[in-house]
Ligand binder design. Structure first.
Ligand code: GRF
Length: 218
């Protein structure tokens, strides 16, 4: 069983999806700790309800980004995880922090990367008039939302979509997507070699796509 640490800043619906998948045996891993940079993050209660140890490390209590990241890294290292998941963790990480967890840290981003890095992805997708939006899970590197993409899911944009309806459909798919990405990592089907993802030992030339049948990877 792989040991997983999840970093959150808010609601925690992706965290909940991972916890459920672990509990139901769909992921060969267990969440050994949840760390938030905000005491009011809703995800903390979700973890506590399942007796998962939680910690809050308030970034505002630190003089610099480097000091916060050092404290965060130390807290993570104490849990000795195989995998670190950013799940709505709203902090830009220092290169030193990223390097400490290279190859074992994933992030979920609500767009079909490399489109729409950064914030307000749903607004920007609607404004751009794209027909397909979606979500991506990528390995974290020092460049924001730019690490190698492991797996994506596409969500069609409907003519009547508002930011809220589009966001809700993408979020629903995110839960399935992150679960699948973590499942693959926990089964050692995937690893990062230098800047390349290896999938069953072979270089992954394009991100995996979560199939629309809601069951498998295609
Ligand atoms: C998700 O949309 C995720 O892709 C983005 O932040 C949001 C977090 O939602 N990085 P939740 O806290 O997992 O509900």
């Amino acid at each position: 069983m792989k040991k997983i640490v999840v970093l959150i800043s808010g609601r925690g619906s992706n965290l909940a999806a991972i916890l459920n998948a672990c509990r139901e045996g769909r992921i060969a891993g267990h969440v050994v700790g949840v760390i938030s940079n905000r005491a009011d993050a809703g995800g903390l209660a979700i973890a506590q309800a399942q007796s998962v140890p939680v910690q809050t490390i308030e970034h505002r209590a630190f003089a610099s980004r480097e000091d916060f990241d050092a404290a965060l890294a130390a807290a993570i290292e104490r849990l000795n995880p195989d995998l670190v998941l950013l799940a709505g963790f709203m902090r830009i990480l220092t290169p030193k922090f990223v390097a400490a967890f290279a190859g074992r840290m994933l992030n979920i981003h609500p767009s079909l990367l490399p489109a729409f890095t950064g914030l307000d992805t749903h607004e920007r997708a609607l404004a751009a008039g794209v027909s397909q939006h979606g979500a991506s899970v990528h390995f974290v590197t020092a460049d924001l939302d730019a690490g190698p993409v492991l797996i994506q899911v596409a969500v069609p944009v409907l003519p009547e979509d508002s930011v809220e309806t589009l966001q809700a459909r993408v979020l629903d798919e995110e839960h399935r997507l992150y679960t699948e990405a973590v499942r693959l990592c926990c089964e050692d089907a995937v690893r990062l070699h230098e800047d390349r993802i290896l999938y069953h030992g072979e270089p992954l030339l394009n991100p995996l796509l979560l199939s629309p049948d809601r069951k498998s990877v295609v």
